[in-house]
Ligand binder design. Structure first.
Ligand code: ADP
Length: 334
């Protein structure tokens, strides 16, 4: 299977919209991606043409949708949104494509989950700005060519490895989004607090940032939970003490590990003696989709220095054993 559990992909609705960065300058973090994109967009604008198709990859909540919106805004064009799972039949995509206006940005979230016929139609649209719509069935079926206005496709995926070769080859630029540094998350939190009218001091913002799993969406979520606590149990001002007390109530640990991270770690150490073990075996042990463990959980555990990828499988590091209050065995990865 290649589905990521819905809870990890779910957006936070209207609040999320209000907190989205609006321009490249507004976008905190990902300095390399921002610089590269700026060049891609400026180059195209100077030539007066639509930029190459752009692929954004990385775990959920790191700003791929926000970046797609910014790309359209920077180009001064409109964004049309859809997602791989919504494009079940080629006709769904044809309808989307035929509505595009020249220069539009078409955003396809979870593009690796598109159905095959739609994907094949997309190849032609990306390359030649036309599609062949098949009408009818059997020997009487005819194929009607349809012009598509020149557009820029922005695809987002939590799993660039799952993209077929032909699709990947048609993107002129691929940007990989990585987890954010604590200081970047702190700046995102201060900006969100300003927008939401939450009074927060710098130390409190750093504290929440450090427990946000490197993910802006989680940082914004924690900010709202901490605000609830501050308003109900304190005078509304989010101080370091208030933030710590609130995060304890919501069971967010020092590293920001969530329920799944913790169960994967516990299974790795307790059931598999620290590994090495394959990702899918781990996923079965914790009752999760392998894709969720591989695309959401593992990248963060590796980044946090708790899990090491080895040729024989995943291994718990000494830090992981210590995190669970256990003595690391001598063979544990450093
Ligand atoms: P993805 O599409 O990768 O799942 P989104 O673009 O939906 O992520 O981002 C989730 C939320 O996180 C957005 O609502 C936005 O408020 C916030 N966010 C993401 N990246 C940034 C950033 N670089 N600066 C500020 N806020 C961000």
């Amino acid at each position: 299977t290649d589905t990521v559990s819905a809870e990890y992909l779910a957006s936070d609705g209207d609040i999320e919209t209000s907190l989205r960065p609006r321009s490249l300058d507004d976008f905190v973090g990902q300095p390399r991606v921002r610089e590269q994109l700026q060049l891609v967009l400026r180059g195209a604008t100077q030539r007066g043409s639509a930029p190459d198709h752009i692929l954004l990859s990385g775990p959920p909540g790191l700003g791929k949708t926000s970046m797609a919106m910014i790309i359209a805004a920077e180009l001064g064009t409109s964004l049309r949104l859809t997602s791989g799972p919504a494009l079940e039949r080629a006709g769904d995509l044809a309808a989307m494509l035929s509505n595009l206006v020249e220069g539009d940005v078409l955003f396809i979230d979870e593009i690796h989950r598109m159905a095959r016929p739609a994907e094949e139609m997309l190849y032609l649209a990306m390359e030649d700005f036309r599609v062949d719509v098949v009408v009818g069935k059997g020997p009487g079926a005819t194929s009607i060519p349809l012009e598509v206005a020149p557009f820029t496709l922005v695809g987002a995926t939590t799993r660039s490895g799952a993209l077929t070769g032909p699709l990947r080859d048609r993107f002129g630029f691929t940007a990989h989004m990585d987890f954010y540094e604590t200081d970047e998350l702190r700046r995102i939190l201060l900006r969100s607090a300003r927008i939401l009218g939450v009074r927060i001091d710098d130390d409190a913002a750093s504290e929440i940032a450090g427990r946000s799993r490197g993910t802006p969406r989680i940082a914004n979520r924690l900010l709202r939970r901490v605000r609830d606590y501050a308003e109900v149990r304190a005078d509304g001002l989010v101080t370091l003490d208030v933030a710590r007390a609130a995060l304890t109530v919501y069971d967010v640990d020092e590293l920001g590990l969530d329920r799944l991270d913790r169960s994967v770690l516990a299974a790795l150490v307790r059931s598999f003696g620290g590994g090495p073990v394959g990702v899918s075996t781990l996923a079965v042990a914790v009752g999760e989709e392998p894709a969720t463990v591989e695309e959401v959980c593992e990248p963060f555990l590796v980044r946090a220095g708790l899990v090491a990828r080895t040729p024989r499988g995943r291994m718990a590091t000494a830090a992981a054993w210590e995190q669970l209050g256990l003595e690391p065995p001598p063979e544990a990865a450093a």
